[in-house]
Write a protein that binds this ligand. Structure first.
Ligand code: ARG
Length: 469
């Protein structure tokens, strides 16, 4: 029997090596190592305070655990753990402590199960990663918000699309703010996930029913920064809510990034030419010497599906699972960790690539009016002059068809014909992109004043969220 295994007494035969290897989570749960040490240190405190272990034993355990923490930080621990034959990172740390302090080490697992250990460790990890997620999404929101302020000052115009077809002129600042808003929402989702993960501490729940040992659960919970010990041991060891909520926040934020990435990929094509991706973030082709590819944004675009896939895997592995611990939860954990780690990597990459994008203002502005994008404003002018919406739509549609056939934009002649058609003297309607944007009158619109107001509010919200980090 491997000294690293935490069980064995009740078996007459050795475990099957292949099945043991199949059941190992060591290859997946290494990212939890440092959190396990913190969790183990808190458990030592709970044991000592409850009088289960004496002060010298507690001291020896703490010294060993600090040594393991240093080995984890140095990157030395992973190889030791792999060679140890332990089933998971928790077993490996326990084994290393027993190697470093054989007498005291034999007491570390008193009153504890890997079930409460996994749950606590995962919650600590989720809390830290959710905070990372909040930080990066706020940085992205701020970057987009700042770029929006710059473009608002420059007055850069853009043809907004729906269905990728020219729709209405907007300020580029408006587009940037539209890209920023979801990241602010994502940041508050991350903060909620972080706070949710800090609510209840599973440590001291044992395998499922609590412990007969007098573990000082309140002190352990406080030491680890939880609001309180969990209320129900069975729920505490069976739930994966903290990691799920954090993974969900990563899924949502990577979806936000993916949608912006898609537009930037398109805008970087010569056909659009709206943005230039800096040399440091673009990539070349091994064959075509002229190529300048937006790979980082493409990977982020596709990567959102990868993160969603892991998250969906985690959700599906929970369906139908009983309340308590089942080994299936190891599978849940594997994909949750992947969702969170990959999601974090995506957002970091997206933030870097985004910082290297420059907007080709003239090109965007030159096309903002193409495709009769002022047609809706002209129809609005008819409505304001007393024409019904349906008639206005039909009348302007006819003018658009005529303009299209003549290969020109809507012009003053069209306005005069429309005025005559509804029996008014003249019709005042914006005919260029600039006038269209300035004519918008609703809150939340692309009008320069509305955009400035929304950006100021967004900046305040970002400050308020940042104060919670
Ligand atoms: N490697 C396991 C996991 O990650 C640890 C918990 C094992 N618990 C058990 N009762 N076998 O879920």
């Amino acid at each position: 029997m491997s000294a690293s295994l935490q069980w064995g007494g009740r078996f007459a035969l050795q475990p099957d090596a292949a099945l043991l290897a199949f059941g190992s989570s060591l290859a997946d749960d290494g990212v939890l190592a440092a959190y396990d040490v913190r969790c183990s240190l808190a458990h030592v405190g709970a044991l000592a305070e409850g009088g289960v272990i004496d002060a010298p034993c507690a001291q020896a355990l703490r010294t060993a655990l600090h040594r393991v923490a240093a080995e984890i930080a140095d990157g030395d621990f992973a190889a030791w753990a792999r060679a140890s034959g332990a089933e998971d990172v928790h077993g490996a740390i326990d084994a290393r402590v027993r190697e470093l302090a054989p007498d005291a080490g034999a007491w570390l697992h008193a009153g504890r199960s890997r079930n409460d250990q996994v749950a606590t460790t995962l919650a600590l990890y989720a809390r830290a990663r959710a905070e990372d997620g909040a930080r990066v999404t706020l940085a992205i929101a701020r970057m987009l918000g700042t770029a929006a302020q710059d473009e608002a000052a420059a007055g850069t115009l853009l043809a907004a699309t729906t269905h990728w077809q020219p729709a209405q002129p907007v300020l580029l600042a408006f587009w940037l703010a539209a890209a920023a808003e979801p990241f602010a929402r994502s940041a508050s989702r991350f903060i909620a996930a972080r706070d949710g993960a800090a609510r209840a501490c599973a440590l001291g729940s044992g395998a499922v029913a609590g412990s007969t040992l007098p573990l000082a659960r309140g002190s352990a919970a406080a030491e680890l920064g939880f609001a309180a010990p969990s209320r129900n041991a069975m729920d505490a060891i069976g739930t994966r809510d903290a990691a799920l909520d954090t993974a969900h926040a990563f899924v949502r934020a990577t979806l936000d990034a993916s949608r912006v990435a898609e537009e930037l990929v398109l805008w970087a094509t010569p056909a659009f030419g709206y943005v230039r991706i800096g040399d440091a973030s673009a990539t070349g082709s091994s064959l075509m010497p002229q190529k300048r590819n937006p790979d980082a944004f493409e990977l982020v675009r596709g990567g959102a599906s990868e993160v969603l896939g892991y998250y969906t895997g985690a959700l599906s592995s929970l369906a139908g699972l009983g309340l308590s611990y089942h080994r299936d939860l190891q599978q849940t954990k594997r994909v949750l960790l992947l969702a969170i780690e990959r999601g974090a990597a995506m957002l970091e990459a997206f933030a870097r690539a985004l910082a290297d994008v420059t907007f080709v203002r003239e090109r965007m502005a030159a096309r903002a009016g193409d495709g009769c994008t002022v047609a809706t404003d002209v129809a609005d002018a008819l409505i304001a002059a007393g024409c019904s919406a349906r008639d206005a739509h039909a009348l302007v549609g006819e003018r658009v068809r005529a303009a299209d056939e003549a290969g020109r934009a809507l012009d003053a002649g069209d306005l005069a014909r429309l005025a005559a058609a509804i029996g008014v003297q003249a019709l005042a309607a914006p005919l260029c992109a600039q006038a269209s944007v300035e004519a918008k009158a609703t809150a939340g619109s692309t009008a320069p004043g509305a955009v400035a107001a929304s950006l100021a509010e967004l900046a305040r919200e970002i400050d308020m969220l940042e104060a919670q980090l």
